[in-house]
Design a protein around this ligand. Structure first.
Ligand code: GTP
Ligand code: SPV
Ligand code: MN
Length: 608
């Protein structure tokens, strides 16, 4: 089939010739039955959701319970990001760095071109114009995703600013837009019946940071397929940020309002499934404090004219972990979901057309689990996949900050780094300086979660929670962080803290109650900024005692809180060889000397 014969190819609603030519080129390569330019309208949503219901990919939930909402179950082989199959394709291997899988761009393009050849046969090629971040930004970050998945189109509508209103920006963009190519890699032969979740065993999630392109193949799931999210807003954007002098980070953005009605903005980097969405929608338990949400997963941070660091959320929706979310842990997420317009993936389906997942209220006696099997409490398996998710628009969140869509962003006062560690890392530690905080971020570690395929629970270094999301060399990234601090007015820089909500007692229980109670830790951080709270100067940084935190009415044993705050020098000495190993992976040539200096200073303070 030649391009001219793919119906719809010539219907480009943009004057940007580069976009039209690229769509034509991809239509020619992938050979779909038709090309559809998405407008993001409600009619389009209805048409696509109706079609997906008909195909058996999604199920409409009872509108009385979840208006305009749907349930999808993926194939069991396509449930999470695939880090082993994620590639950073820079001209040199050093460009991608030791933490990424690297293949030279020309070689990757050769391989994938053959995979894409005819990969959309029997399907529709959708063109999705989108913008990451506010559309009225000075330099709006545009993209065009080509996909052959209706599920991806409706997910992109929830997660990004997409559709006809992006076209005027694209018309003016010249070549300042990202080509984001996605195919599930499941062509249909003439007359071949489709399956509910088509995908391909052979998966490639490839990035070309130097030419700002993304090529994704074989997966229809989340971060593999919604290319505006991790692929663009982190991997490609981190490379842009490095070149242009800003930061693209895996961080939530939270607004805290003190009893004196003073607003503070906090950004926090925790690895996948380690509490960003929950902290972003925090309902404080400390009297007098309020919280509002600006973003739950990604922050783009740039210096403003006043010398402060301003953050914007490039996304338009939440792609939240379902299990563990309930009216007690995250009431604001529950209210956001109740408002409707949500897509649930790999949760369980109730007999009365609603959804359920582990730890949600209710005591269902029968469900259809995420694999489509009958489930009862005696089944002995989880009803929802541990990485099951809800996708819902951010503006439905009852505590969304009014300024969430402000193109100038919000000024950040504090940055939190945090991982999931059973031992060693105290509930909260304040860094001595930006450079020390950068060292903390650079050496943070976390137990692996179900958000990525692989072994859950294994401790790995996850610098700034960016290990799977960095589009260039990790050593250059650390240097970029250090330089960001050096180039700024120290008084205006955010203070950096290291937190761990996940420390455990010998019997495995969490020492800290977490969730809304985390507001007590945030209150201490804010009071540190204001010079109002005390701390102990320990070898690893400033750590409060239990007396120095506001624990009035906390839902925890005093001794547990004390244990959560303990700095155990022996445990920290045991971290030293692990950090040494991590730095060896990065390579001394790549590691900034300032980070090495911080490490030597830590060793000295520990007597290690
Ligand atoms: P991604 O969307 O993958 O980036 O995850 P995330 O960082 O947004 O994590 P999320 O807030 O969705 O939380 C992941 C899991 O951690 C859920 O099962 C939560 O219930 C649990 N969790 C979140 N915050 C806390 C906390 O403070 N304490 C404890 N014990 N668990 C928490
Ligand atoms: C994460 O894994 O950090 C997520 C989910 O936020 S995904 O979009 O799949 O990356
Ligand atoms: Mn995430």
């Amino acid at each position: 089939m030649t391009a001219a014969t793919v119906p719809g190819t010539d219907k480009a609603p943009t004057t940007n010739q580069g976009v039209a030519a690229w769509v034509q080129e991809i239509a020619e390569l992938t050979a779909p039955d038709r090309v559809v330019w998405c407008d993001g309208s409600d009619e389009e949503w209805t048409r696509l959701t109706d079609q997906l219901v008909e195909q058996g990919t999604i199920v409409r939930l009872d509108p009385e319970k979840k208006p305009n909402s749907f349930y999808a179950a993926s194939d069991a082989g396509d449930v999470a990001r695939v880090e082993e199959r994620t590639f950073i394709c820079t001209e040199t291997e050093r460009g991608a760095g030791p933490t990424n899988n690297w293949v030279a761009p020309a070689e990757m393009k050769r391989t994938m071109t053959e995979l894409y050849r005819g990969s959309m046969k029997g399907r529709t090629l959708y063109v999705v114009p989108f913008c990451m971040g506010p559309t009225d930004a000075e330099d709006p970050k545009l993209g065009v995703e080509i996909t052959d998945s209706e599920y991806v189109v409706i997910s992109m509508k929830i997660m990004t600013r997409m559709g006809a209103h992006i076209l005027p920006l694209l018309d003016e963009a010249g070549d300042r837009w990202v080509k984001a190519l996605h195919s599930i890699g499941a062509p249909l032969a003439e007359g071949q019946a489709d399956v509910p979740w088509p995908h391909n065993e052979d998966k490639y999630i490839s990035h070309f940071p130097e030419t700002r392109e993304i090529w994704s193949y074989g997966s229809g799931y989340g971060g593999n397929a919604l290319l505006g999210k991790k692929c663009y807003a982190l991997r490609i954007a981190s490379a842009m940020a490095h070149d242009e002098g800003w930061l693209a980070e895996h961080m939530l953005i939270l607004k805290l309002i003190s009893p004196e009605e003073k607003a503070y903005y906090v950004a926090a980097a925790f690895p996948s499934a380690c509490g960003k969405t929950n902290l972003a929608m925090l309902q404080p338990t400390v009297p007098g404090w309020r919280a509002e949400t600006v973003g739950d997963d990604i922050a783009w941070m740039k210096f403003g004219e006043d010398g402060r660091l301003y953050a914007t959320n490039p996304e338009f929706g939440f792609f939240g972990v379902a299990p563990g979310t309930n009216w007690k842990t995250n009431p604001n997420a529950m209210r956001t979901i109740e408002a409707g317009n949500a897509l649930f993936t790999n949760v369980a389906l109730t007999d009365d057309g609603d959804v359920w997942w582990e730890d949600l209220e209710g005591d269902p006696q029968h469900l259809t689990d995420w694999k489509g099997n009958d489930w009862t409490p005696d089944s002995g398996v989880k009803a929802a996949h541990p990485n099951s998710r809800y996708t819902v628009p951010i503006d439905q969140c009852p505590v969304v900050a009014p300024e969430w869509n402000d193109p100038n962003g919000v000024p950040i006062s504090a940055i939190l780094f945090g991982g999931r560690r059973k031992t060693t890392v105290p509930l909260v530690t304040e860094a001595r300086s930006w450079q020390h905080g950068t060292f903390m971020g650079a050496t943070m570690s976390s137990e692996k979660t179900a958000a990525a395929a692989g072994t859950v629970g294994e401790v790995r270094r996850d610098p700034m929670a960016m290990l799977p999301f960095l589009g260039y060399n990790v050593g250059d990234y650390f240097a970029h962080w250090v330089a960001t601090g050096k180039g700024a007015d120290a008084d205006k820089l955010p203070k950096i803290f290291y937190v761990n909500w996940f420390r455990r007692g010998e019997d495995g229980r969490f020492l800290w109650p977490g969730f809304g109670e985390n507001s007590r830790v945030l209150k201490w951080c804010i009071e540190r900024l204001e010079g109002k709270a005390a701390a102990v100067d320990t070898p690893i940084g400033f750590v409060p005692t239990a007396d120095q935190l506001d624990l009035d009415g906390v839902d925890a044993e005093r001794s547990d809180v004390e244990a959560s705050l303990a700095v155990d020098v022996e445990e920290w000495k045991a971290e030293i060889p692990l950090i040494e190993e991590w730095f060896a992976t990065i390579g001394e040539d790549n590691l900034p000397t300032s980070i090495r200096d911080e490490f030597e200073a830590l060793k000295q303070r520990l007597g290690a």
